[in-house]
Design a protein around this ligand. Structure first.
Ligand SMILES: Cc1ncc(COP(=O)(O)O)c(C=O)c1O
Length: 345
């Protein structure tokens, strides 16, 4: 493989910025197992305020945020309604079944967005003959649909039908900052529709490690216990929280650049291979290109030979994710590499 100069594999490939590394080196730390890491405590308080929630808990990964939330908001044997291509269905290697013993009832969404009528009809009425439907999980932005943003009205409608029927709502907001920057909807308005929400510092925000779970005081107290149960309790983790703090200070507004780059990338791909992507539908930083009959692994390998890394997400599907380490020049280079790769060069 040629040297990678444009890495569109994921926004998780981002490396900490110099400011993050400085903050990490200088972070004041303590034992977070005893709740005594001042940098973690300050970050948790800051984030809870940003989202208009009572409390927050720093967790090692988005997957742990999802699984801790699921664990706290369900009991073994409960049902969880979730979109069929949600991260917690596709990419968490069965954790919901293994760790929380719940049944996932998957619904197909339109661009990841569930239909409130269908959610209402799927929630079971209390009965000794059926499982209890405890939770509705939503994902915003929706990764597998191409980083689609949930319209606030749709989120409100699904949340309303869930809550009216006694279900909790959990929002996997791994990329909620992308959603908020793209839509202009404040974080607190998304959070108001959920009983708990998590997001990642380690994706477009560029921090090396960490996610945050936000919720009520009681929910987060239970989450702290579940995090420990899952082995996610940490000690002098202020070194990571410090980088996450810099991510909030410096990396949020600029996500708009990633969105513009993704749109430009999609336009370039569509000119190179007609119909492979609807550029107008690209809202945030994720682009899927449908290669038709072409083999995604082969196209990705040809692009890699030109220094551009992309992810063969399916047999004929490529995924590209923009982030702060890909600039306009990188986008141009990726478009050129894609054009050559699909022409078989
Ligand atoms: C929507 C979504 N949720 C959760 C996660 C999990 O994050 P992590 O890789 O930190 O476990 C991801 C990761 O890509 C994601 O895209």
């Amino acid at each position: 493989m040629a040297q990678v100069v444009v890495n569109l594999l994921s926004d998780t490939v981002t490396r900490p910025t110099p400011a993050m590394r400085r903050a990490m080196a200088e972070a004041e730390v303590g034992d977070d197992g005893f709740g005594e890491d001042p940098t973690v405590n300050a970050l948790q308080e800051r984030v809870a305020k940003m989202f208009g929630m009572r409390a927050a808990l720093f967790v090692p990964s988005g997957t742990m945020g999802n699984q801790v939330a699921l664990h706290v908001l369900t009991r073994p044997g409960d049902e969880v309604i979730v979109e069929e291509r949600a991260h917690l269905v596709l990419h968490e290697v069965g954790a919901a079944a293994v760790l929380s013993h719940v049944v996932l009832r998957c619904l197909r969404g339109a661009r990841g967005v569930l239909d409130p009528g269908e959610v209402a009809a799927t929630i079971r009425a209390p009965s000794p003959m059926f499982s209890h439907t405890a939770l509705v999980c939503l994902e915003n932005t929706h990764q597998a649909s191409g980083g689609c943003v949930w319209p606030l009205e749709s989120l409100r409608a699904v949340s309303r039908v869930a809550r009216e029927r006694g279900c909790a709502v959990y929002l996997d907001g791994a990329r909620i900052f992308n959603a908020s920057v793209a839509s202009g909807v404040p974080l607190s308005e998304y959070a108001a529709e959920a009983d708990a929400l998590s997001f990642c510092f380690s994706k477009g925000l560029g921090a090396p490690v960490g996610s945050m779970l936000v919720g009520s005081g009681e929910m987060i107290a239970s989450a702290r216990k579940a995090r420990r149960r899952f082995g996610g309790g940490m000690r002098q983790v202020g070194v990571l929280a410090a980088a996450a703090g810099v991510a909030l200070d410096e990396m949020v507004e600029r996500l708009a650049e990633d969105h513009a780059n993704a749109r430009r990338l999609a336009e370039g791909f569509a000119s190179a291979l007609a119909g492979c992507v609807d550029a107008a539908a690209v809202e945030t930083n994720i682009v899927y290109a449908d290669l038709g009959a072409l083999d995604a692994v082969e196209v990705a390998a040809r692009m890699a030979a030109r220094g551009v890394r992309v992810y063969p997400y399916g047999p004929h599907l490529l995924r590209c994710v923009t982030h702060y380490e890909v600039d306009a020049e990188g986008v141009a280079r990726a478009i050129e590499a894609f054009g050559e790769a699909v022409r078989g060069k």
